[in-house]
Design a protein around this ligand. Structure first.
Ligand SMILES: [Zn+2]
Length: 363
């Protein structure tokens, strides 16, 4: 069984207004799930619009990440209120939590992304973290959200940092899936990988202009936010489980294990993981093209103000046995690193990261 996409997708400057009549058909008493104080005014607008359409909406906020503590607390709020749907309004963590909770309770989920930072508004997948933001696992869901509302006027209010993060995460689709799934003899998977290549090209062409000019009337911005929030999700939907992530996400997951005072966004960490993955390909697979890709990506990432090494994520890998911790988690049994077409040991990861961090200035 494969769920390729949300049942209904509304996109554009007035997506929310267009979606409202459809939303009122499937829910009478939704729970609006959010997190950030900065986006409260948008959730409040959504609440008032629902009320004007005679819906009885309630609010709840995540206190942490998409973690089991918040998930069980929100589940009991929903049971107490008799909410008949979840409207997840926010970034990736809020969207993931809403999808997961709705599936557990067998009620529909409506996703309203407030930034282009991930494709979580589309996918049938939730990443679960600890309260402190350490990655635990990803959970495959039975289906994509019932309705996805990709409203450009909401996304336009997001900080440009979220767009840069979304670009890095979407770029990883091509570099990871073409490496892990190139040998798969399944037309749909091959086509999904090809879409991720076109997606990468579009981001290389439009990404910087989109980042510097976040205006609805800028076609680069419109194309880029839709590439990050929609096309990246479509690749996952068509490719399914076989169109897998690889080292970039495995390294992301291990970096989240080290708690730092400043939190970084998912795609910001994935971007660093992506550079490390390419270095690994060069090291283990003698892939000369990987070095060219690093140079090409580094230029874009610097122009997008993205971190390009682990120390810029606030972690000194040479302290507190961090190198060992990163290698241990990256190479654990269930890690995506083992989807790579070559064997990887902890020693490889220690060597990779140590060399990468030492040479970071020269790159
Ligand atoms: Zn990702």
């Amino acid at each position: 069984m494969q769920s390729v996409s949300p049942e209904l997708i509304f996109r554009g400057i007035d997506a929310w207004e267009k979606a409202l009549p459809e939303i009122t058909k499937i829910t009478k008493n939704p729970l609006i799930l959010g997190r950030s104080h900065n986006t409260y005014h948008l959730r409040d607008k959504i609440f008032r619009d629902l009320k004007n359409n005679n819906l009885n909406a309630d609010f709840a906020n995540l206190h942490f990440d998409c973690c089991y503590e918040d998930i069980s607390r929100i589940k009991s709020i929903i049971s107490k209120n008799f909410n008949d749907s979840v409207i997840s309004v926010g970034g990736g963590k809020v969207l993931d939590a809403g999808k997961y909770i709705a599936e557990c309770l067998d009620i529909p989920c409506i996703t309203v992304p407030l930034s282009a930072s991930t494709c979580a508004g589309w996918t049938a997948l939730s990443n679960i973290y600890t309260k402190n933001g350490q990655f635990i696992k990803d959970v495959s869901l039975r289906s994509c959200p019932k309705i996805l509302v990709y409203d450009h006027k909401f996304i336009q209010t997001a900080p440009s940092r979220t767009l840069a993060s979304g670009i890095a995460d979407a770029l990883a689709k091509w570099y990871e899936s073409s490496l892990t799934s190139a040998t798969i003899d399944d037309g749909l998977v091959q086509q999904a990988i090809q879409i991720s290549r076109v997606l990468r090209d579009q981001l290389l062409i439009n990404g910087e202009s989109a980042f510097k000019h976040q205006f609805e009337n800028n076609p680069s911005w419109r194309n880029t936010i839709e590439a990050c929030g929609l096309t990246a999700g479509l690749v996952g939907g068509i490719g399914g489980e076989k169109c897998r992530t690889a080292a970039a996400h495995a390294i992301h997951n291990s970096i989240t294990q080290i708690i730092t005072p400043n939190k970084f966004l998912h795609g910001e960490i994935v971007g660093v993981g992506l550079l490390l993955q390419l270095r690994l390909e060069e090291m283990k697979n003698k892939n000369k093209l990987a070095d060219q890709s690093i140079k090409q990506l580094l230029e874009l990432m610097k122009n997008l103000n993205l971190p390009t090494n682990i120390s810029q994520l606030g972690i000194d890998v040479f302290k507190n046995q961090n190198l060992d911790k990163l290698a241990e988690f990256t190479c654990r049994d269930k890690s995506e690193i083992h989807f790579l077409p070559f064997e990887i040991s902890k020693k490889d990861i220690v060597e990779l990261i140590a060399n990468f961090e030492e040479q970071k200035i020269k790159i």
